[in-house]
Design a protein around this ligand. Structure first.
Ligand code: ITT
Length: 194
């Protein structure tokens, strides 16, 4: 079954490809020229559907299934920010590193060294037959410093519940066991197999 990923995020592509080794997974940019998708949905689910539909429609191939991920981190001490704005917390076109240090700075400004936080992933699947969405979450603590080089995005400042190290310091195997994306992808896989 060919599964087209409607994402340009290399960290997501790596994680999804590793977890879906039993599928024929291809990023959409290998099939058509990548294009900008306006993510103006009200929540993660709406944005995941916007991305999956946009790529499905652009491909013009009803044998394909398109899968999109919309995700982000929500920090309690910041009222749940950045949430759905995680990819542009430091402004439009910001890099992962810019966003990471902007979030650390926001905690420092509040005088917060540790705050409860969680990641959310919404996965949307679009095919000729149907559209479906699933979610996954990972809870833990956001800290006001970056530790480790592993993972991507906000991982160097996120300590999963039950651990003492950040996802930047922990192995990718640990992240696969715990992550918001893994949980959502496991549900999505059951639907795809059905
Ligand atoms: P696509 O829309 O092309 O998929 P994107 O990076 O713009 O790529 P999102 O709009 O879903 O994706 O934004 C997700 C943001 O949350 C982005 O800044 C990521 O770095 C961050 N994020 C999501 N999952 C993460 C994870 O597992 N670890 C670290 N950061 C993550």
């Amino acid at each position: 079954m060919k599964l087209v990923l409607a994402t340009s995020n290399r960290g997501k592509i790596k994680e999804i490809t590793a977890m879906y080794s039993d599928f024929d997974v291809v990023p959409y940019s290998e099939l058509i020229a990548p294009f900008e998708i306006v993510e103006d949905g009200v929540d993660f689910k709406a944005n995941a559907l916007i991305k999956a539909r946009a790529v499905y429609e652009a491909l013009h191939d009803d044998t394909l299934i398109v899968l999109a991920d919309d995700s982000g981190i929500s920090v309690d001490a910041l009222g749940g920010a950045p949430g759905i704005y995680s990819a542009r917390y430091a402004g439009m076109g910001a890099s992962d590193t810019d966003n990471l240090y902007a979030l650390i700075e926001a905690l420092n400004v509040q005088g917060v060294t540790h705050s409860p936080a969680h990641y959310t992933a919404a996965i949307a699947m679009v095919s000729v037959q149907e559209e479906a969405t699933v979610h996954g979450w990972m809870y833990g603590t956001a800290i006001a410093e970056a530790r480790g080089e592993g993972g991507f995005g906000y991982d160097p400042m996120f300590i999963p519940s039950g651990y003492e190290h950040t996802l930047g310091e922990l192995s990718s195997e640990v992240k696969v066991r715990l992550s918001h994306r893994s949980k959502a992808l496991a549900l999505a896989k059951m639907m795809l197999q059905r």
